[in-house]
Design a protein around this ligand. Sequence first.
Ligand code: PAF
Length: 279
Amino acid sequence: MNVFEKAVELNQFLLSAREKGKSVGFVPTMGALHNGHSSLINKAKHENEVVVASIFVNPTQFNNPDDLKKYPRTIEADKELLQKNGCDVLFFPSIDEIYPQKDTTVFDLGGLDTLMEGKFRPGHFNGVAMVVKRLFEIVQPNNAYFGEKDFQQLAIIRYMVKSENLPVNIIGCPTLRETSGLAMSSRNTRLTEQEKAEAAAIYKALIEAKANTKTATPQKVKKIFEESIRQNPVFKFEYFEIVDSEALLPVEEWNSKRKAVGCVALWIRDVRLIDNIVF
Ligand code: PAF
């Protein structure tokens, strides 16, 4: 696997691949890689001739400096995982490489950034849009792969790519789960084994919510879900919203023509977790 820290070096390498007509698949990450990332790399490998992964803990998407400081960094293990999965190139830039000057771009994200994560993490999605656009400019991939665990992020990236007219296909990939049902996440490394076992209750409650959609209104499904999470003292509940899978607007009544998704955010101690289920 080739490792580049500089955009010019990466460009040079990719230029010769592109000249040979090879397609480039890109998996942007913030490191602390797990099997969920392996599945993105594998899908990219399947669909492209060259696979590039990036590891960059993007400061502009952290509204909480403590969260940024505590974000897990495991570069040696990450390199091993990428290598094992046949990734061709790792782009591992410094902050100055990505942001040579202070970036003050304010994206119009069509209001998709105001709900859910947007309410609790102001500025987060502007930072995500900023770094993803910058990474796309550097890598110029044909296809880019993102996990559906970050459902709102995926919708916002699709929106940004369309509104900025960027020539890249965005491919959403299913959430990978532990056998307990806990969604794989880099943040899980900060949980104790006991907390991980407790966190399995999140997916159980999501499954129960999905079952309840057969008989209950969205408001009732929401209420039952909230009660089941709030009664568990391990969790500090933040939100559970049932939204339209594209517009991300709250669903008032079920509509067989439009997919709804239940999205949750909560804390276990000082670790913030999100998850979702498509109804
Ligand atoms: O989902 C992530 O890991 C990050 O938000 C992303 C898309 C790599 C941007 O920093």
